[in-house]
Design a protein around this ligand. Structure first.
Ligand code: ANZ
Ligand code: ZN
Length: 828
């Protein structure tokens, strides 16, 4: 007998897709705009070697979403590019004594090949690399537009400095006081640096989260909210003896002003030097040296004895006129609030620790049921009424806050204030492999922008020293490149030698994909109109307060500059989990790396993908020690055997192909019911991005179709419909196998054009439920819908409900909130 050996020809399938341009939308830059367009983007990779398991995970997720949307008739773009500037590439190049460019572009080619072998349905026409001058030219252009608006500026600032990498690090790159890249303890250094004024956007970054709620993971939004760190309170001015200007503090507890028994300024701030009495100068200098050596995290801890030095001066409480001594300490941060605090030891733990170290008075001003802080050493923060506070006595905390602010405002000694923890974005890097800052320094004209028509300022390819000894930028050594004439006055001048943080590159790349060769601006307005904002963004949670935050900021900036019609870049966000091994993150040092190429060689791309997607919901970690790619291969082979057995339709028409449902109704009704229920279940799971659930249902469908097929001697239309549906749905997670299966069923290529199977809701076993339709929050209609109705169907059903149609006439639906299957809420 003839034994069928399942096999899949991946190369032939790749060629088929390529020849048919299967993943290229008809027009990337369409004139019309009424199609169902879907822009599915996964965070683009760093070319720091070949693809690893983590990459396979992200792109398998976004690919499943893209293929699903495509089969459902959407015009879909799933773009690809490389985040190809940056420290990892430069360090690797240093280690191997290579040119970073050579190393980078070699890796890009390797990764591109791997992506193709994985069968990721990218539209390769979108390909871009941020290290191409054609790309980074627009970083420079955007920088200059921001410079013109005062949103890019330079200032001397204490910065995080990694002594090993000899570079400045952004706050996000300092993890537990250590360099994210190499683990060295980060120190503070004062350098003149470029910043983007993200703090100007703090409130909007907070407010616009309302647009994202429900579509972004809650924990990412929470991380951003904390990062922004909005605090409400007051600015309070303390007069200082012998100084004309008062010193301002920020406090969240103006109600405790009567309990302020001393005053503290940040030891490492210029203010400390300025306020210091001459006889204390040496003591302060000594203390400052110790402060600089203390990591920030330690300085912020509340559970340590506080240290500090007296500045030999006094400040005056603006309400009582009482004199309070001024100290300098490392627990007050120079860059938060105003860099000075009124210390209320009774109600602030760090102030109390400090007071106990230096034997300073503790004055309770809010009576709570907690024990006396002066004896316990524990500050009280509970609610209560004011005491020891003159006219405020007896007030509640909120009432006292309002009263103090009113009083301060009346005296011109303070005002209500809001402070944000988020710092401006430090974008300067003393590195070679990045975008040169397009500024020229002229002795007489100062900071002069490079004229637009001289962009890009290209990186020098020769005549520079990659390894700087003193922390200066490698570009400082490019003596030829450095020398220019001032665009304003023509005098000899020098280029800025810093390069931009690569997070600048990745803060807007998704805007350029639709037309990566566009030369009239950073992105083509036609492409933006058709595709943006991103419908589905897939990437790691570790970017919550980095890339995802910067991209939101940059989108708002570009919006304000008039280049974008929207203010949020990513409508929906899916965070993928990590691929781990035996409960631990994979790493070279632990020796538990699973090599993607080995897995691909052993199991093939489909089985690797299925294994990843089936192991858990996308956002959860996958422990490779617990999964079975071999099991995935078995299932895929079972599918191939099944469709081989079912085979091509007979020529006498006894088993018509039932792709569109036509003819299938001649099949076994019980089988049909089962098939349609499973199509509905897979559809619903995919819509909710429960890809693991979709795969489980596909496995059920495989079993159901096989049972039905084995149970009868003659072909049945419902069995064929089941097999056809199975293969089409399978193609979003195992595209190579599905293509082979599709042809085994006698179909013309390609399954990528076969469409997503539809189901007949009347066949679904479940009963119906009542769905409530609300308009602007008021219940306006009730309809009966199948329990397994999908979001899209429910949307259509609701819009088509008789009473709703009447209400909609002439009105614009601004938003639809759908809770499948019971509630639809329309906002007009
Ligand atoms: C008096 C006071 C009394 C305070 C009290 C708190 C409790 P968040 O919520 O984080 O914004 N503070 C202000 N600037 C500071 C700085 N540069 N470094 C360290 N601490 C600083 O915290 C605001 C509170 O932290 C402020 O309110 C101030 O102490 C302190 F019972 O003022 B408070
Ligand atoms: Zn000049």
């Amino acid at each position: 007998t003839d034994v069928f050996e399942p096999s899949v020809d991946n190369e032939a399938t790749l060629k088929l897709w390529q020849d048919r341009h299967s993943f290229e939308v008809a027009d990337l830059l369409p004139a019309d705009d009424d199609k169902r367009r879907r822009y599915v983007v996964s965070m683009f990779p760093y070319p720091s070697g070949d693809l690893h398991m983590g990459h396979a995970e992200v792109y398998s997720i976004s690919d499943a979403i893209a293929r699903f949307e495509r089969l459902r008739g959407g015009a879909v773009v799933h773009p690809i590019g490389w985040d190809s500037f940056g420290l990892p590439a430069e360090n690797a190049a240093l280690r191997r004594n290579l040119d970073p460019a050579e190393w980078t572009y070699q890796n890009i080619e390797v990764q591109a090949e791997s992506f193709k072998r994985l069968g990721i349905s990218f539209d390769w026409r979108t390909r871009l690399h941020t290290s191409d001058p054609e790309y980074y030219r627009w970083n420079q252009w955007i920088f200059l537009r921001m410079f013109e608006k005062g949103l890019a500026y330079r200032k001397a600032a204490p910065v995080n400095w990694c002594p090993t990498d000899k570079t400045v690090l952004a706050n996000e790159q300092v993890i537990q006081g250590k360099c994210e890249r190499c683990g060295t303890e980060v120190i503070k250094r004062k350098l003149t640096q470029w910043f983007f004024r993200i703090s100007d956007y703090a409130q909007r970054l907070l407010d616009d989260m309302a647009q994202l709620a429900g579509n972004w993971p809650d924990d990412v939004l929470a991380m951003q909210r904390n990062w922004i760190g909005r605090s409400v309170g007051a600015h309070i001015d303390f007069a200082v003896d012998g100084r004309a200007e008062p010193v301002r503090v920020f406090s969240t507890r103006p109600d405790t002003l009567y309990g302020a028994t001393f005053f503290v300024v940040a030891a490492d701030s210029p203010l400390a030097d300025e306020l210091c009495a001459p006889e204390q100068a040496a003591t302060l200098a000594d203390y400052q040296a110790r402060t600089r050596a203390t990591p920030e995290l330690e300085r912020l801890a509340t559970d340590r004895p506080m240290t500090g030095v007296s500045l030999g001066r006094t400040a005056r409480n603006p309400l009582t006129g009482d004199a309070v001594p001024i100290y300098a300490s490392d627990y007050v941060l120079a860059e938060y609030g105003t860099g000075a605090v009124m210390a209320v030891p009774a109600h602030d733990q760090r102030d109390l620790n400090f007071a106990r170290t230096l034997g300073l008075p503790v004055r309770v001003v809010v009576a709570t049921d907690e024990p006396d802080p002066a004896t316990t050493g524990v500050a009280t923060s509970g609610d209560g009424r004011l005491v020891n506070s003159g006219p405020l006595d007896g007030l509640t905390v909120p009432a006292a806050k309002a009263a103090v602010i009113a009083d301060l405002e009346a005296r011109g000694a303070g005002t209500a204030a809001v402070t944000f923890r988020v710092r401006d974005w430090l974008i300067s890097r003393q590195r070679y492999w990045g975008t040169p800052i397009p500024i020229i320094h002229c002795e007489s004209c100062g900071e002069v922008p490079v004229p637009d028509d001289q962009l890009p300022v290209r990186l020098p390819t020769t005549g520079y020293e990659l390894r700087s000894q003193d922390g200066s930028s490698p570009l400082q050594s490019a003596t030829q490149w450095l020398k220019v004439t001032c665009p304003t006055c023509g005098a000899p001048a020098t280029r800025d030698t810093d390069t931009m943080d690569t997070f600048v590159d990745s803060s807007w790349y998704f805007l350029r994909f639709p037309n990566p060769t566009y030369t009239d601006g950073p992105f083509d307005p036609a492409g933006v109109r058709a595709w943006l904002p991103v419908d589905e963004y897939v990437g790691g949670k570790e970017h919550a307060t980095g890339h995802l935050f910067y991209a939101r900021f940059m989108t708002k900036v570009l919006h304000d500059l008039g280049y974008l019609p929207f203010t949020e870049p990513f409508t929906r966000l899916t965070n993928q989990g990590q691929v781990i091994m035996n409960g631990k993150a994979m790493s070279k040092s632990l020796g538990n790396l699973v090599n993607l190429q080995d897995q691909l060689a052993q199991y093939g791309p489909d089985a690797v993908r299925i294994t990843m997607l089936f192991a858990s919901p996308p956002e959860e970690d996958i422990d490779w020690a617990d999964v079975s790619p071999g099991g995935s291969t078995k299932w895929l082979n079972r599918v191939l055997r099944l469709v081989h057995d079912i085979g091509k339709p007979t020529t006498d028409g006894s088993a018509p192909e039932a792709a569109a449902g036509g003819g299938a109704d001649t099949g076994d009704p019980a089988v049909r019911k089962q098939v349609h229920a499973l199509i509905a279940a897979v559809t619903q799971a995919m819509e909710g991005k429960r890809i693991n659930v979709a795969i489980a249902r596909l496995m059920e469908l495989t079993t159901a179709v096989k049972k039905a097929h084995d149970a009868r001697a003659t072909p049945d239309a419902a069995v064929r419909e089941g097999a056809s549906s199975l293969v089409r749905m399978l193609s979003v997670v195992a595209p190579f196998t599905a293509e082979e299966a599709w042809s085994l069923l006698g179909n013309q290529p390609s399954v990528t054009d076969a469409g997503w199977p539809s189901f007949d809701p009347t066949l679904l076993v479940e009963e119906t439920v009542t769905c409530v339709i609300q308009v602007n929050g008021k219940v306006r209609d009730r309809i009966e819908v199948p329990t397994a109705v999908t979001e899209d169907e429910l949307r259509d059903l609701a819009l088509d409900a008789p009473k709703i149609r009447g209400l909609l006439a002439g009105a614009e639906v601004r938003k639809m909130i759908i809770r499948v299957p019971r509630v639809v809420n329309l906002v007009l």
